[in-house]
Design a protein. Sequence first.
Length: 309
Amino acid sequence: MKRSLIAMAVSSAAFTSIAQAADDSYVDAYGNIQLVYHNSDVAGGDSESEITDNGSTFGFKGETKLNQGLTGFFKYELEADADEKTSDIDVNLDQAYVGAKGGFGKVQIGTFDSIYNNAIQDGLDQFEFAGISGSATTTEGDTLAYFSPSFGGFEVQLAAQVKGDAESEVSSTQVEEGEAFTAVVKYNLDALTLALGYDTLDNTPNAKETIGLSASYQLDAAMTLKAKYEENTDVDTRMGVGASYEYGIGRLYGSFQQVELDLANSEDYDEYALGATYNLGEDVYVYVEAGQQSADELDFTAVGAYYGF
């Protein structure tokens, strides 16, 4: 595995240099190392701490000119832990897709973040290590998506995941054979951004649809306020607010969310987290975060670093 990774890196660097020399296409190699030290409560009243990887990735992305004024693009991104030496490296797929864009907008197919998650949940889930939970969404992978251009401030995004009976995931408890559809409508008016999202969850066993609304308002160049409401039918309702402040050499941010559960023998709970980053360079920063998350009201603190390349 080690030799394969080294060969891949060397080959990719050479390929990147050649591709960038062309006028009609390019390929970039990129990545990041993310490490964090955290102390977290665990069930039973104990706590645990460790230095761990926090999502280190490496990948390749590029574009090329196509016929009819279109541009093709791709992204292939892998995750690999960076916190300790092992006899082998566990490499997993993060994102991989191809697509085309032009005056019509863009289409892409493959594995990528949910359009619902990006539009509705990411505003409050703005942390490096911490997490503000969201209602259920369709799993990633086997997805075709369309992103429209802006029409008077309105944008439409549509996605369909297709799972056939030959899929190995179909036999698991997470995905069934069939299609699941997601739709997002966004509206931008000066400093205000609104988004409405809907996920059918049709091929997720024992799941019903999720619907959500998010709002973001930029008070000035530094301060942004955020809010979210979402509901997974007969399961949960989540309402939260957040804020982010760019102070010149970093960012201050925080989120609070109330979670109401419709499940039997389940209690409602709150989640919150605060954080701050400090930039050491253009693509290098450190951060500290603290808060409380999950129904067990577990506290945590975290100190981490990010180095992008």
